[in-house]
Design a protein around this ligand. Structure first.
Ligand code: ADP
Ligand code: MG
Length: 730
């Protein structure tokens, strides 16, 4: 083992868990300790301010600057009592992660000193020097104004000494430069469209809220081993590394006991997350070695998105404290499962849920059917866009591999819901249908009580599966901002619901009874969207062929998938729902293509460097040792036949090494030359396509030869930590 690798492996083995002191109180007592929630608003704000703020948050009424000033005063008082000295607008630019710019709570007192101050204006609006955030040309640098504006619906919180204020980030022309602004518009569009439909069944409905429960998957790798892998450090994934002899084939990791060092990390993470108001609920091992999952209880979609962004940055921070690095890349290791982030999505009204399967009355069933069918309509019409919304250079490695949803969007409903829809579609009169609810299963095991078994079955291979009271969008990538998928999904469903109510209302205006009108439109829609419904095995090759026949989007090239954002049907949808305009969509696609090609460019550079500085030198050194041995044998024995027999194996190895190093050296040179050509392409879309078609394939072919060398070269000489070390040391 090379000296460095030996050292880091030895150190990793020696590491003990960092003990976490649990707070004295119970989680219910420290939950949201660092959040300015209702309880604190009530305590720190004048009653009239509290009421106005609450109304603004719950009903969307505008806030005056006078109220904002009062809110800021209360916030400052609380924040200073908690030890905060700074505040920042916290926003989600179109890169990975979040951005912030800290300002101290100070002002001149105009007597030569300073006073602590924080005004309503600072709370409501700031102007970060934003020219360095991607904007796809919306903001040319001479007018590099970007404004961040307070989002009162997501409460402010404190991290260390800073009061964090969730904000949207927009250009001075009002166009979105972030994820939050269009997300909030999409949620408002869905609210409006869904309320109109929900009122057919219950005229008292005032508001429809979207819920999101994300399940965050991630890998942990010992920090020392990570630092010895330049590819992990620079690209977030391993660009080389032969599969470990044992990886996940025994399936012994999933739901296995959580290793001690990891358990302490999780405890620490959960305590900190709970203090920040993130309602963590579930933690477990995932399928691959060193892979884990964390899921909170679902929340309102906008808040859930913020909490997911927060947890990702918390994970990275807490991992380092425990001597780990947290890998959020969708596919850090080849040959084993990658990481996703299931987005559990549902809608609720202020009077009840909309997707909960078995309602009590036939009318409730009809409402359930309506919302399921119109969700499917949205997903069907925009299946290509939904795929684009979860696609990225990193997630492309995961989709379509035999572990994650295929790169085709379809929806699983399960036998019961499928049958229910079929009955509606086949019916002719205006009879209503019901399906059975949960049923008890009596177990013949002493002392074990009866189990309530859900009527909805499960299908792990479906990218958009109905799971009893929600849809689970499973194709979202682990590092992604959930907002991207949520913007597309909520807008698509809003459009479908709007279209639905327009057709129902037209029939009613023409004299048809409302119930009959609803059934008539539903029958039509169930047939129209049937191509999206697929309950079979999404991993199978037959499905790919079948999906193509059904006309679903089967494109697999990431830069081409992004084109779906600029389809006329997409632009029409976003514009008519008032979520984004053509210009914003065009600008955002520029960023997508640019991010895509830059990622491949960096990977290709890192791989080239590693080949020339690590792989070829190490392989050549080992080859020289083998040649040395051959030479010594030749000197020691006179009998040529004997020499041939004794050197045969090593000579074969020498030749094999040569074959691989030659291939690598040539391919790297060719890749560098191609890159030079491709880099000259001006148009960013064409450049992304060229990177996909011409550069990315080198990453795989070169890797193949490196991994072969890893098997040949003596272990002691190999400089880079191997998969078995990265994946099994914890
Ligand atoms: P799985 O079996 O898919 O791993 P988990 O129970 O681990 O499911 O996680 C499911 C996630 O779905 C949790 O975040 C949970 O809060 C969320 N969830 C449950 N019900 C709903 C709902 N009606 N709407 C949205 N999310 C939900
Ligand atoms: Mg799930």
């Amino acid at each position: 083992m090379s000296k460095l690798r030996f050292k880091v492996v030895e150190e990793a083995f020696k590491k003990r868990p960092v003990e976490v002191k649990a707070p004295a109180e119970r989680p219910s007592e420290y939950f949201a300790k660092y959040v300015f929630n209702w309880e604190k608003m009530f305590k720190y704000l004048p009653l009239s301010t509290y009421k106005q703020l609450r109304q603004a948050i719950e009903q969307g009424t505008p806030l005056t600057m006078a109220v904002a000033d009062e809110v800021a005063k209360g916030m400052k008082k609380w924040a200073m009592e908690m030890g905060a000295t700074h505040c920042t607008h916290w926003f989600q630019p179109l890169t990975e992660g979040t951005a912030e710019k800290h300002d101290a709570f100070v002002e001149h007192d105009w007597k030569g000193g300073m006073v602590e101050n924080f005004s309503g204006k600072e709370l409501v609006q700031q102007e970060p020097d934003a020219s360095s955030f991607p904007n796809g040309g919306i903001r040319s640098t001479f007018e590099a104004r970007g404004y961040s504006a307070w989002d009162p619906s997501s409460p402010v919180f404190i991290i260390e000494d800073t009061l964090m204020i969730p904000t949207v980030f927009i250009s001075y022309t009002g166009e979105a430069l972030d994820y939050k602004a269009p997300l909030k518009k999409a949620l408002a569009a869905l609210d409006k469209a869904a309320v109109a439909v929900a009122r057919y069944f219950d005229p008292n409905v005032k508001r429809v809220t979207v819920n999101l429960g994300w399940e965050q998957e991630y890998f942990l790798v010992d920090e020392g081993l990570y630092a010895a892998r330049p590819d992990l450090l620079l690209t977030g994934r391993t660009l080389m590394g032969h599969e470990s002899s044992k990886n996940q084939q025994m399936e012994d990791h999933y739901f296995g006991a959580i290793p001690e060092r990891v358990a302490e990390f999780m405890r620490d993470l959960e305590i900190q997350a709970l203090e920040l108001g993130i309602p963590c609920k579930t933690r477990h091992n995932e399928v691959a070695p060193n892979q884990f999952e964390l899921a909170p209880i679902f929340e309102e979609c906008n808040l859930a998105v913020d909490h997911n962004m927060l947890i990702m940055s918390l994970m990275r921070k807490v991992a380092r404290k425990h001597g780990f690095r947290c890998l959020l890349h969708e596919k850090p290791f080849a040959g084993i499962n990658g990481s996703g982030k299931h987005n559990n999505w549902s809608m609720t009204t202020d009077t009840g849920t909309l997707l909960h399967a078995p309602g009590k009355t036939p009318e409730e069933h009809l409402r359930f059917i309506t919302f399921v069918v119109e969700t499917l309509m949205g997903v069907y019409r925009h299946n290509g866009l939904l795929k684009a919304s979860i696609m990225s250079a990193t997630n492309a490695h995961r989709l379509g591999a035999n572990e994650a949803p295929p790169a085709i969007i379809s929806s699983f409903l399960g036998a019961q819901v499928s049958e229910l829809l079929q009955r509606v579609a086949d019916s002719t009169g205006d009879e209503l249908f019901t399906m059975e609810g949960k049923h008890g299963v009596k177990l013949d095991i002493p002392q074990i009580p009866e189990l309530m078994i859900d009527n909805t079955d499960r299908n792990r291979t479906s990218p958009f599966a109905f799971t009893g009271n929600r849809f689970e969008f499973r194709a979202v990538g682990s590092i992604a901002n959930c907002a991207s998928a949520m913007i597309a999904l909520n807008t698509a469903v809003a459009e479908a619901l709007t279209d639905f109510s327009q057709r129902v209302d037209a029939l009613v205006d023409g004299g048809m009874e409302r119930l009959k009108a609803i059934l008539t439109v539903l029958r039509e829609d169930i047939k129209t969207c049937s191509p999206i419904h697929f309950d079979g095995n999404g991993y199978s090759d037959e499905w790919k062929a079948e999906a193509e026949r059904r006309g679903l989007d089967c494109e697999t090239s990431c830069p081409l998938i992004f084109d779906r954002y600029l389809d006329e049907s997409t632009i029409r949808m976003f514009e008519s729902m008032h979520v984004m305009n053509r210009h914003e969509l065009e600008a955002r696609n520029e960023i997508k293509w640019e991010t895509y090609y830059k990622k491949i460019q960096i990977e290709s550079r890192v791989l080239g460097d590693l080949c020339m500085n690590h792989i070829i030198p190490v392989a050549t050194k080992y080859q020289s040792e083998l040649a040395d041995n051959v030479h010594k044998i030749q000197c020691a024995f006179a009998d040529t036949q004997r020499v041939a027999a004794l050197t045969n194996y090593n000579i074969t190895l020498i030749e094999k090494i040569n074959k691989h190093t030659d291939f690598i050296a040539e391919a790297v040179e060719e890749m560098v030359e191609k890159r030079k050509v491709v880099n000259r392409i001006e148009d960013v879309r064409s450049k992304a396509i060229a990177y996909h078609d011409e550069i990315a394939p080198f990453l795989d072919t070169i890797r193949y030869h490196i991994d072969k060398l890893e098997l040949i070269v003596e272990d002691e000489m190999w400089t880079l930590p191997k998969y078995r070390e990265l994946l099994f040391i914890r």
